[in-house]
Design a protein around this ligand. Structure first.
Ligand SMILES: [Zn+2]
Length: 138
């Protein structure tokens, strides 16, 4: 029994079968064997190696409990230092650096600690401004 219809391969079939630039951009390369895998694949379909990029894409990277605890401690410390006024330039530099570098941890630390850290930086900015005005005054 043979199929009477002739086997016809259209241009669309070829486009679907051959991985184009879009397909390779969306695929994940296996770090072990180098085989291309679907972007949503959790494991390599050639060797079974777990694919990290697929995992990290699915779940939002969470802060570790240590980094959250550090963010909470430092937000309190920054606020206390900012209230003192004199270490304001230090608070401004360290505080803004911490907030940028460990932004995720400060977000996970909670709104109260985040507000504390931001107000510490703002307060130190005001102190620095006042200090500059005081120094510039003849
Ligand atoms: Zn592999």
């Amino acid at each position: 029994m043979t199929d009477p219809r002739p086997l016809k391969i259209t241009r669309d079939d070829l486009a679907r079968a051959t991985p184009g630039p879009q397909a390779s951009a969306a695929s994940v390369r296996c770090p072990l064997c180098g085989a291309g895998n679907d972007a949503a694949a959790l494991q390599c379909n050639a060797c079974g190696e777990p694919l990290e990029s697929a995992k990290t894409k699915r779940s939002r990277p969470r802060s570790t409990p240590e980094s959250i605890a550090f963010a909470r401690r430092s937000s309190v410390a920054l606020f206390v230092l900012a209230m003192l006024g004199v270490p304001a330039p230090l608070v401004l530099v360290f505080g803004s650096t911490l907030l940028v570098r460990r932004h995720r941890a400060f977000v996970d630390a909670g709104a109260a600690h985040r507000a504390l850290a931001y107000s510490a930086v703002l307060l130190s900015l005001v102190y620095c401004g006042l200090g500059l005005v005081f120094l510039i005054q003849p």
